[in-house]
Design a binder for this molecule. Structure first.
Ligand code: PLP
Length: 381
């Protein structure tokens, strides 16, 4: 067999899929491990969403509503936006893909901060474009001035992650507005707000305030995967000028979001108690984690999201591996170019406490030079 594959596809480094937790536990002979690696909701899914799903299973023989009518209507009402400005996606990830498919041609450039969410770069590569990663500033903030200078007549899309993943940092409103004003009109700006519900900053842009204004088009991406606890269902949405939504609709699969995902998202929007508890447990968890990390004498990056970076002052890969062996799954940021940083998601209080206890143990052992042989294989992403 000698299948033809385009060079730009053959050259891609695939997104590394993680192993299921159960498989990992079997492999390492551990049990009761905790996953603080993917910025998921530690409270589980919204109970109202679960109830709605259970009530909807008898309709599973029907195709979903391809227009996502009720969910879009509710979102439009909630955020005071035109109905036609809302587009649903199979996770906000899918909307990232639709944007690139609609607005980028092979050979065009797409810019993103580096490090930020890995998917932007991958999607651009899938479709034969040229990713232009722009390094963060020394303080790990997004370098909007450098990004504005890097715009060329081939730039079609710019991704801004706010708060950024993996840093948890937000962009200041005035900086964002100056950035927009400096851009040519052919550029579409995607403000990825996957974690915006966790931000307490009054001085950071909310994408919904910038749709359809003068200057470059702005698309705001939101997800039900984090604050609403529905990552496994794959549902997110974008808000944008209706004309832009019309273009994305042309490259969207007719039934891109499932019926259970739509129903669960609708119910989750009504679950204010769950949403409030999610934010409260995240903010109180962060206060605990900051305090404990400070006591250990480590530096960290204050966050506006539900995860944060810790400088472990040694090789973060070794810390990740030793923590994994003790059943605490976090992320090493080495593959993002941050060799000494780990990223940890805020968990339940007992999970946060276990993380701190394990980190102390592991760093103590590393300092004492008693570290065993490093493990090699991957953890869930
Ligand atoms: C910055 C960012 N955007 C988007 C996503 C994915 O969201 P979804 O689950 O809605 O596809 C993530 C998930 O980790 C993320 O970190």
């Amino acid at each position: 067999m000698k299948p033809f594959v385009a060079e730009h596809i053959a050259n891609i480094n695939p997104y590394p899929p993680g192993k299921p937790i159960e498989e990992l536990e079997r492999e390492y002979g551990i049990s009761g491990s905790i996953k603080l690696a993917s910025n998921e909701n530690p409270l589980g899914p919204s109970p109202k969403a679960v109830e709605a799903i259970l009530g909807a299973t008898s309709k599973l023989h029907r195709y979903p509503d391809g227009s996502g009518f009720y969910l879009r209507k509710k979102l439009a009402q909630k955020y005071d936006l035109p109905f036609d400005s809302i587009l649903l996606g199979n996770g906000s990830n899918e909307i990232i893909e639709l944007v690139i498919r609609a607005f980028m041609s092979p050979g065009d450039e797409v810019m993103m901060p580096s490090p930020s969410f890995l998917l932007y770069r991958l999607v651009v590569q899938w479709m034969g474009g040229r990713p232009v990663p722009v390094p963060l500033k020394a303080d790990l903030g997004i370098d909007l001035e450098k990004m504005a200078r890097a715009v060329s007549d081939k730039t079609r899309v710019i991704f801004l992650t706010n708060p950024n993943n993996p840093t948890g940092k937000v962009i200041a409103k005035a900086d964002f507005e100056a950035f927009l004003a400096a851009l040519p009109e052919q550029v579409t700006v995607v403000l990825d707000e996957a974690y915006i519900e966790f931000s307490t900053s009054a001085d950071t842009p909310r994408g919904f305030d910038y749709l359809g204004g003068r200057g470059p088009a702005v698309i705001a991406l939101r997800t039900f995967s984090k604050a609403y606890g529905l990552a496994g269902l794959r549902i997110g949405f974008g808000a944008m000028d209706p004309e832009i939504a019309g273009f994305l609709n042309r490259v969207r699969q007719p039934f891109n979001t499932g019926s259970l995902a739509q129903i669960a998202a609708l119910a989750a929007l009504d679950d204010e108690d769950f949403f409030d508890r999610t934010r409260r447990i995240t903010w109180s968890g962060l206060q605990f984690l900051y305090r404990e990390v400070e006591k250990m004498g480590l530096e960290y990056v204050p966050t506006e999201a539900n995860f944060f970076l810790i400088d472990v002052a040694c090789e973060s890969k070794a810390v990740y591996e030793a923590m994994l062996r003790r059943g605490v799954i976090i992320r090493s940021m080495a593959s993002y170019g941050l060799e000494r940083h780990i990223r940890v998601s805020v968990g339940l209080p007992e999970e946060n406490a276990r993380f701190i206890g394990t980190l102390k143990e592991v760093l103590g052992q590393i300092a004492a030079g008693r570290q065993g042989k490093p493990l090699s294989s991957g953890a869930p992403q």
